[in-house]
Design a protein around this ligand. Structure first.
Ligand code: MN3
Length: 262
């Protein structure tokens, strides 16, 4: 990805999930605290950069996605699972100086497949994937675009013939992902759309892990871990997948597509 594209993309993703001053979302703080800047509450001088990924606040109440996604699922999914990915990522980075200080997109691109980096792969992926996921969902009454429009619609029609067929391909990818993982709509290096699935918390940004023809910039992700749907849908992953298309905030997907193609 070109630097310009990356900056735009990161800014879009970060900008849409960050609430409140000091919440850096995708960006670790690299500011060492200087002695002469210490306020009364800081008792310890830090002279090394510290990882400081934070859990992004949801842009909507936890019950906003009812009846398609229930309140308790959202509370646990965001407040426990996603929070744990963030905490464990920060912890894992303390022991990995080579990846410390990278923003989340760069971190995904740089992480390797070795066992020594598995905590960063799983938790960094988990943090990125969920940060994206929350922003492309919304209460149906608040969604401005119920279907893709403009350049995104043209690209979907070119790649998949129709929006309906794209949804079918996403559903098939999600259903055929054995065990936990994600289904994705992404933009490849030639700015073409493609659908794929990844296991666990991997994502198409992970170029050291994902096959070359499945690498790209995700613009829509669907979480198919059981924690995403089990309370409401139990083993019926298909019903969850059909329901979730009611919640896709296409204006956000459209923005991510615009950023990805530059
Ligand atoms: Mn999840």
């Amino acid at each position: 990805m070109k630097r310009k594209d990356f900056i735009k993309n990161t800014a879009l993703l970060a900008g849409s999930i960050v609430v409140g001053a000091g919440a850096t979302g995708c960006r670790p703080s690299q500011q060492a605290v200087k002695k002469d800047n210490l306020n009364a509450n800081v008792s310890k001088v830090e002279d090394k950069p510290k990882p400081a990924f934070v859990l992004p606040a949801l842009e909507y109440p936890v019950d906003a996605l009812v009846p398609y996604i229930d309140k308790q699922t959202m509370e646990i999914h965001h407040g426990k699972h996603h929070a744990a990915y963030v905490a464990n990522l920060n912890k894992a980075l303390e022991a990995n100086a080579g990846l410390l200080g990278k923003n989340l997109t760069d971190l995904c691109a740089a992480v390797g497949a070795g066992a020594d980096q598995s905590a960063i792969r799983n938790n960094g992926g988990g943090h990125y994937n969920h940060s994206l996921f929350w922003t492309i969902l919304a209460n149906p009454n608040t969604i401005e675009q119920k279907i893709p429009t403009g350049k995104l619609l043209s690209a979907i029609n070119e790649a998949f013939s129709s929006v309906e067929n794209l949804q079918k391909l996403l559903k098939d990818a999600a259903l055929s992902q054995f065990g936990s993982g994600w289904a994705w709509l992404s933009v490849d290096k030639n700015k073409k759309l493609f659908v794929s699935a990844t296991a666990n918390q991997d994502n198409p940004l992970m170029k050291n892990i994902i096959a070359a023809d499945k690498q790209g910039t995700p613009i829509l992700g669907i979480d198919v871990w059981e924690h995403a749907y089990y309370l409401n849908y139990q083993n019926k992953r298909k019903d969850y997948l059909e329901a979730i298309f009611n919640l896709i905030k296409w204006e956000q997907v459209d923005k991510l597509f615009a950023a990805a193609i530059g």
